[in-house]
Each structure stands twice: as structure tokens, then as C-alpha cells.
Design a protein around this ligand. Structure first.
Ligand code: ATP
Length: 887
């Protein structure tokens, strides 16, 4: 049939088969990872398989006799509708990744992957069945034999396969299943893992792994992507290490043939880290960690208001056996008073006293609530566990606080993945396929990680070893060593937490080093602005500096709306959206002289500006005016905060994560409505100025089929192709099972082809096949409560900014009395007026002239952006890339 590859006479290299499994504790985003592996695998010409129930499924295999080397081609019900295709030059993926043109004369035009299989509709009905809940029963490690699942009929040669979603059949003991493109449809937003996970004791034995190897070989699977925690990845590494000897033993025992042994002499394995604890070394984040943090922050935010109402203390227990990441980040994001983490036990033998003195000091400055966050694996320095109930008793006895304990437990695992986990899992899943396909017998197995904003490949073995070394170091009471194995971000976050929660003078600088630091918000509000300001204020106070809040931007400064900020004043700013200081778009050129006079009147020694493109322009003006106004001859730093993420060079601005989450929440709801009416295309309009960041990454997070950005623009040709694509796509849906589809359009993508116009064009052209509606998200995208990522990133970057200001100011020593407001030497250097930028895996203070050189001022965005190729990935994941009409 069309789209199937011919078996006869094929001299092509053996088609690769990629399998993916999820193992260990489930985490949000695992489904997105599976979807990405499956779709990218298929796009790259491989067959895709899922292995149910983790390692257990691989050990058990399928209860059918003769697994074949090949699977049948899609049946008539899946025969693609005629369509045109060609490999296109607008695809910027590496050549190997491009979607090949399939040009068989016998088949009419269709778009295909490299193996000649149709893209965008290949389905064995498996995903649909799982999603619709037809799989029976919950899977328990012990009761696996009882496990029943529904897959379609048509299983041939041991490989279960459905010819359509109606063809349901219940099969026992089927664990290795071939899946198609549409089987993973709608998986991005699903929590947990739809393909099941388990703990598998037998995989820890050689006999278990021997069975697993046999199953892989029998199914012809030569590439395996494993998504799980360090245990699961240890298992993966073990399997790969033992592979040659496993194959040897299987051959010796005649469990496989000689040909099989030769064909499958190598196994390619890649690890994806799915774990809510974020406990894996050599990666900043694990899939699911941030979603867990979302759940924790939601809970603690709710607890905070009741705690405050009743002037109570709450002890919140969070997950993390050997890793305090969740507790630490939650502490920062919620503005907790005290945290306990395994890596850094309290220093004193009497930690009870230590904790009480901190909480007491906080109460003395007027706090009405106390929040203590304790990691599941928290220890004192003698390795005695520190538990919530005991902390509660201490607080009741020693401080007389009305104290409650809340254990968040499994709520932390659950729910829909946050925007970032969906994107992270997608990018990492894609990278996993690339790593598998480029692997050779000599390359190590990789773990796919991320460092700041860069997807990385790290040797699996090393990452696992380092992860386990943390637990060992803790056991040996070598806590500094334990900390050193964590990524630098962890240590920095801990520093930020300490600086923001201390009231003692342990960090205070001598008088001559103290500064008066102005803090101003510029431009539109963005999530995380307030958290950044809180961190700056708390750091200032801990160091003995004077933090001076400028209200309502540069207008406010001219009106002298300037106020010293106190420790208590900023206490609950982490969780607040908008801008507590007040912000607007006025730039300093409204009255440079007046602003200079104000700087002088308030004796600013340094300035922190939090804002987007306007803040950048403001910095340029202030820096440029240094020669005329001595009061601008101070260190100045800009912390990018804007939902558009349009500040040049930096890959992330504060607020864009909050905004993406707002978009995901809205788009998920819209998709539900679109799907209910079966055949509706929803055009969702986003903000973002002339930057396509929100539209592109939002589209990736919600699984939109198309996205339109100002960078790419819209023209008639594009619209024509897209309408054609939508027609084909809908025609391929199983009748009656069409789904709603999302299109994300950045509001400034085109002046002519507005959202309204496009909606009408789609509706007109899609007549009888699909209809079209639109929704504009507008200012909802600013988000309400800032996301945990924006809050914690704000704290970390703000801490860096304050350290930058300090070091720049201290380069120019005080020339006057040494009093806090004493005149300092002028600070004129190029380096001393900079933006803090995230570039790849680094954080770099970039001087303003470099920032401007990288800016497209007219369009208010960077000249180049890291996400520009992401549009293609979005459309590849939607089955759209590579399809262009020839006539
Ligand atoms: P979590 O983050 O939830 O702890 P994990 O992957 O670390 O996830 P584990 O229970 O440690 O969870 O491991 C999951 C499975 O991986 C185990 O049930 C076992 O099948 C396999 N596994 C773990 N460690 C090994 C090992 N040393 N050798 C072989 N297989 C292992």
C-alpha cells in the first residue's frame, strides 16, 4: 500500500528500530519525551516502539511465539490521502534530518519519512486506546501477569499492531508495541507516564537482563531510549556494558541465531532523566522537576495565606531522598524562613536552637507567618533524620508557635506538566534520537542533560556515578563534597536563599564598602520582577548596603517617589505578579538633567534596572550621558525581564516562563473545546511584540500544528501551503475521531493577514473538512502569579547582579569619609554598565555597547535568536515540516 516500504528486493540498510521505555518513579513530562522520541524516530525513518512498564516489560516481552524481523505496512484503512510533497530548502535541519521526498511512481504524492512511511497519520491505534482508558487495570509490579491491555487487531509476527482504533482486542502480557505517529497524539499535556512504569527487581539480575537482551534482538530493536532516574539509567548502562557477553551467551545457548548475533552485535542506548527530585548530576534539570516545584509552590502559596491569617507556623515536607533541590528552590520561590536539605545539614550541633533563632528574628521584625520546608531526606550533621513532626514539636516548645505539618506526598508527582517540562522533554527526546542514530560501537552511552539553556550529551556512566557519589559523600558526612557534585546553580541558589533569609550580620561588609543602591523597574510588568527586587533588597540589607526603591520608573524618580525598602516590606514579593514598585515605559531622556540631579540627591552608588527592551535603551542613555553627568558614573546593571524575551543576547528573560505557562493553560482549555467539536482549527493569538519567542515555544509546549511569527511573517504562499496541509491532515484522521488543532499566531506576524482574516480563510477553505475559530490571549499572557522558575531565576540572577555591582563599585574605592554615602571614585568603565545575559551554558555580564550591537533596534529584538529553528521543530512534531506544494 501507499506509504509502506517494500520488503522485496530492498538493498537499503536495515531500518532502525527505536524503542522507548519509562522506568522508576513517574514524572511529569515523560509522555512528552516518549512523544518526541517516537515522532522524531519516525521522521528520521525508523520504526518506533514503546515498551510498557519499564524494564519489567522488556524482561517479559510479548507472549507470542514468532516475533518477526519486520512488521506489516499500514493497512488500507490508513492509506494516505493523495497529497504532494517534496524535500524543501526551507528546512534548516541537518541534511540527514530532512524529510525525504518520496517519489515512487506508483504512489501519488504524499509526504514521507526517509523510510518511505507516511508522516503525520501513521497509527496503530495504541495511543488512542491508552488515552481513552481502554487499557484495563492498574499495573502493579506483582500483578503484571494479570495485566490486560487493549491494542488493535492485526498483530502479525508477534508485534501487536492495530489497524484502527475500532479494532480493539484485549491482549495479556503484551509489553513491546510498535507505535505510529498518531499514537502519541495529545500526550504533551498528560501527567505521569502513559506507557507505564515499574520497579523491576529481575532486571537487577543477569538472567533478567539476558531475557531483556533476547527480547530486544527478537524484535530487531537496536536503539533504546530510557527515561527514568539514576537507578533506571544505571540499569541502562549495565545492559549496554554487558551487551557483548549477553549476546554471546544467548548465541551459545541457541536462544538467538548466528545472524541475529551478528546483526545485533551492538546496542545503542541513551538516557533521558525523568525524575521529580532533580537529583541527577551533570544536568541542571530533570524532566518533571519543575512541575513538581510548581505543585509545591501552589501548595505553599496557599498555606502561606492561612499561616499569615492565624499567625501560624507551617512545616512542609517535600520529596527528595538524597537531593535538596525541591526544598531549596521551593524555599526561594515561596520566601520560606528556613529549609532543611540533605546536602547541607545545619552547621551547629544544636540545630533546633539555630532554626529557632532565625524564626524568632523574623517574627521580631514583624512577620506573622513562619514557613519551614524540609526535604524528605534531610539530616542533621550526625546523619540523624530531621522530620517534620519533630520540627513542629521544637517550634511549639521553644517558640510557642501554633504549628502545623503538611506532607505534600504524591501531589508533587502529579498533574499536567508545566510548559518548561514539555519543552525540555521535547528537545531532549529529539536529541536522544539524534544521539542514538549517530552512536557507534565506540561512542559512550549518553545521558541527555541541560546546562542553563543548552541541551547536552554527557557520558551516562559518569553522570550516574557522580549522582551516586552524592549519597555516599553524605553518608561519609563529607557535605562539602556532596555540594561540589551538584551543579553550580545549586550552590548559587543556596547562597541566594541564605542571603534572603538571614537577619544576622554574618554577611555584613565593613562600613567603607557599603553602598546606596537604587532599584528601578522599567517597561511592561513581567513575572519575577518583584522576586528579583526582593532578593536585591534582602542581599543589600545582609551586606549593609542601603536599598532604595524607585517607584513608577523614571517618572517616579523625577517626582522623587523614592523610598528605602525594608526587610519586611518585600517579604511576600516573590509570589506577586506585576510590579510592586510600579513601572512604565518612560525613558531617562524625558529629562536627563533632572534624573542626574535625582541620582545625586539620593547619592546612588549603583543602580539595578529590571525590565525589557526599554531598560536596555535606558541603560544606553544613562551610560552615554556619563560624560555630562558625574552622578551617572556609577556601576549600572540591567536584569532582563519581559515576557516577549526580546532582549538581545540573553536566551531567557524573567517573565517569559510565567507567560508560557499562562499560554499553555489557556491553549489546553481551548484545545479541549476545539477537540469537543472534533474538527475545529483554533488560531490562538499571542502577544510578544516583534519577537516570536512566546508563539514558537508556546506552540512547542501545546503541540500546535502551525505557528506564525513576526520573524518569518506570513504570505499567500505560506497560507496556501498551510491550508493544504490542514486539509490533508484532517483527511487522514479516522472518521469521527478528528481532533481539534491549534495554530499559534504571534499578533504582529502580519499586518494584512490578521488573525481575523486567517480565521476566515481557514474556515472558507476548510469547508466540509474543518472549521476555524480564533482566540486572543492578550494581557492574560502576563500571567497572574509568577512561575516558580521565574521566581527562582529572579533570585539567582538578582544575586549575581548585586555581586556585580559590588565588585564594580569596589574597584573604585571610596575617596571620601568611608561613610555609606561617602563620594566614591567615578566609575566610567565600559564594563560597569552591563546587562546580565544567559548565553548557552553561561551567565555573562555584557557591556551595553555589545548589547546594542546585537540588537535590531527597529524591530525591538535581537538580531539573532536561539529559537529561530524551533519553529521548524514545532512543525516537524506537528507533521507539517517538509510539505510544500509543487503545483
Ligand atoms: P526514581 O528517581 O523514582 O528513584 P529510579 O530510576 O532511580 O527513579 P529505581 O527504583 O532506583 O528508580 O530504579 C528503577 C529500576 O531500574 C529498578 O527497578 C531496576 O529494574 C532498574 N535498576 C536500578 N538499579 C539497577 C542496577 N544497579 N542494575 C540493574 N538495574 C537497575
Amino acid at each position: 500500500g501507499a506509504g509502506g516500504k517494500s520488503r522485496s528486493g530492498s538493498k537499503k540498510p536495515r531500518q532502525k528500530k527505536i524503542a522507548v521505555l519509562t522506568s522508576g518513579g513517574d514524572s511529569a513530562g515523560m509522555n512528552a519525551a516518549v512523544r518526541a522520541v517516537v515522532r522524531m524516530g519516525i521522521a528520521r525513518g525508523c520504526q518506533a516502539y514503546i515498551i510498557r512498564e519499564g524494564w519489567e516489560g522488556l524482561v517479559r516481552g510479548n507472549n507470542t511465539d514468532v516475533p518477526s524481523d519486520d512488521v506489516p505496512t499500514p493497512t488500507a484503512s490508513q492509506t494516505p490521502t493523495p497529497a504532494l510533497s517534496r524535500s524543501t530548502s526551507h528546512v534548516h535541519l541537518p541534511p540527514s534530518q530532512r524529510i525525504a521526498r518520496h517519489n515512487k511512481a506508483t504512489e501519488r504524492n504524499q509526504y514521507f519519512n526517509e523510510a518511505g512511511e507516511p508522516l503525520g497519520h501513521l497509527s496503530y491505534g495504541f495511543g488512542e486506546l491508552l488515552l481513552s482508558g481502554s487499557a484495563e487495570g492498574e499495573i502493579e509490579a506483582d500483578g503484571l501477569e494479570e495485566q490486560r491491555m487493549a491494542v488493535g487487531s492485526g498483530a502479525t509476527g508477534g508485534v501487536p499492531e492495530a489497524t484502527g482504533v475500532d479494532a480493539k482486542k484485549t491482549l495479556k502480557g503484551t509489553y513491546i508495541v510498535r507505535v505510529g505517529w498518531d499514537d502519541v497524539r495529545g500526550w504533551l499535556g498528560e501527567g505521569g507516564t502513559l506507557i507505564g512504569s515499574s520497579r523491576c527487581p529481575s532486571f537487577r539480575t543477569r538472567e533478567g537482563r539476558l531475557k531483556a537482551a533476547q527480547n530486544l534482538i527478537e524484535f530487531g530493536i537496536d536503539c533504546l531510549a530510557v527515561c527514568g532516574g539514576d537507578g533506571s539509567l544505571t540499569g541502562a548502562d549495565m545492559l549496554r556494558k554487558e551487551w557483548p557477553s549477553l549476546v554471546g551467551e544467548l548465541l551459545e545457548n541457541q536462544r538467538i541465531t548466528k545472524v541475529q548475533a551478528e546483526t545485533f552485535a551492538h546496542l545503542n542506548i541513551v538516557g533521558l532523566v525523568g525524575s521529580i527530585d532533580n537529583d541527577m548530576a551533570m544536568t541542571d534539570l530533570t524532566i518533571g522537576g519543575l512541575t513538581a516545584l510548581h505543585r509545591i509552590c501552589e501548595a505553599v502559596d496557599s498555606i502561606s495565606s492561612t499561616a499569615s491569617s492565624h499567625s501560624r507556623a507551617f512545616v512542609v515536607e517535600v520529596m527528595g531522598r538524597h537531593c535538596g533541590w525541591l526544598a531549596l528552590l521551593a524555599g526561594i520561590a515561596t520566601g520560606a524562613d528556613y529549609i532543611f536539605i540533605p546536602e547541607q545539614p545545619p552547621k551547629s550541633d544544636n540545630w533546633e536552637e539555630e532554626m529557632c533563632s532565625v524564626l524568632k528574628a523574623h517574627r521580631q521584625v514583624g512577620k506573622r507567618k513562619s514557613i519551614v520546608i524540609v526535604a524528605e531526606g534531610a539530616l542533621d550533621k550526625n546523619l540523624n533524620p530531621i522530620k517534620g513532626d519533630y520540627i513542629k514539636d521544637v517550634l511549639v516548645d521553644k517558640l510557642g508557635l501554633d504549628t502545623r505539618v503538611t506532607t505534600l506526598g504524591h501531589t508533587q508527582r502529579g498533574g499536567a506538566p508545566c510548559a518548561y517540562d514539555r519543552i525540555l522533554a521535547t528537545l531532549q527526546g529529539v536529541e536522544a534520537v539524534e544521539a542514538l542514530l549517530s552512536a557507534t560501537p565506540d561512542t559512550p552511552s549518553y545521558m541527555i542533560g541541560i546546562s542553563e539553556n543548552k541541551i547536552t550529551r554527557k557520558p551516562l556512566l559518569e553522570a550516574v556515578a557522580q549522582t551516586q557519589a552524592v549519597a555516599v559523600a553524605i553518608e561519609e558526612k563529607n557535605f562539602d563534597k556532596a555540594m561540589s557534585f551538584r551543579d553550580p546553580e545549586f550552590a548559587e541558589s543556596l547562597q541566594a536563599f541564605k542571603a534572603s533569609s538571614t537577619l544576622d550580620d554574618s554577611l555584613t561588609l565593613p562600613a567603607e564598602k557599603r553602598l546606596r543602591i537604587g532599584i528601578i523597574h522599567v517597561g511592561a510588568p513581567a513575572g519575577g520582577m518583584n522576586a528579583a527586587t526582593r532578593q536585591a533588597v534582602r542581599y543589600c540589607l545582609a551586606r549593609g548596603h542601603t536599598p532604595i526603591g524607585i517607584q513608577n520608573g523614571f517618572n517616579g524618580l523625577l517626582d522623587d517617589a523614592v523610598q528605602e525598602l525594608s526587610w519586611l516590606r518585600v517579604d511576600n514579593w516573590t509570589t506577586r505578579g506585576g510590579s510592586e514598585l510600579g513601572t512604565n515605559r518612560t525613558l531617562p531622556d524625558v529629562d536627563l538633567g533632572g534624573i542626574a540631579a535625582s541620582f545625586q540627591a539620593h547619592s546612588f552608588d549603583a543602580l539595578l534596572m529590571v525590565g525589557g527592551f526599554e531598560a536596555l535603551l535606558a541603560l544606553e542613555m544613562l551610560e552615554g550621558a556619563r560624560k555630562h553627568y558625574p552622578s551617572f558614573q556609577i556601576p549600572m546593571v540591567h536584569l532582563p525581564a519581559t515576557l516577549s524575551n526580546n532582549v538581545p543576547l540573553t536566551e531567557h528573560s524573567l517573565g517569559s516562563d510565567t507567560s508560557l505557562n499562562a499560554l499553555v493553560a489557556a491553549a489546553d482549555a481551548i484545545r479541549q473545546s476545539a477537540s469537543a467539536s472534533r474538527n475545529r482549527v483554533f488560531i490562538v493569538e499571542t502577544q510578544g511584540g516583534m519577537s516570536g519567542y512566546i508563539a514558537t515555544m508556546g506552540a512547542m509546549a501545546v503541540g500546535a500544528v502551525l505557528c506564525y511569527t513576526p520573524e518569518n511573517g506570513i504570505n499567500l504562499d505560506v497560507l496556501q501551503e498551510d491550508v493544504d496541509f490542514l486539509k490533508k491532515r484532517y483527511a487522514l484522521d479516522v472518521p469521527g475521531k478528528s481532533e481539534g488543532r491549534l495554530v499559534i499566531r504571534s499578533e504582529k506576524s502580519s499586518k494584512i493577514y490578521t488573525t481575523e482574516v486567517m480565521t476566515k480563510i481557514f474556515a472558507e477553505e476548510g469547508k466540509n473538512i474543518f472549521d476555524s475559530r480564533s482566540a486572543s490571549l492578550g494581557h492574560t499572557l502576563q500571567g497572574g502569579v509568577p512561575s516558580p522558575y521565574d521566581r527562582t531565576r529572579a533570585a539567582r540572577l538578582s544575586l549575581r547582579c548585586m555581586q556585580f555591582l559590588e565588585s564594580q563599585a569596589h574597584k573604585a574605592p571610596a575617596s571620601g569619609s568611608g561613610k555609606p554615602s561617602g563620594r566614591r571614585q567615578p566609575c566610567n568603565t565600559r564594563d560597569s554598565a552591563a546587562s546580565i545575559t544567559i548565553q548557552g551554558s553561561q551567565i555573562i555580564f555584557t557591556p551595553i555597547d555589545e548589547m546594542l550591537a546585537a540588537a535590531d533596534i527597529k524591530n525591538r529584538r535581537g538580531k539573532s535568536t536561539w529559537w529561530k529553528d524551533m519553529k521548524e521543530l514545532v512543525e516537524l512534531m506537528g507533521g507539517r515540516t517538509g510539505i510544500v506544494n509543487e503545483n
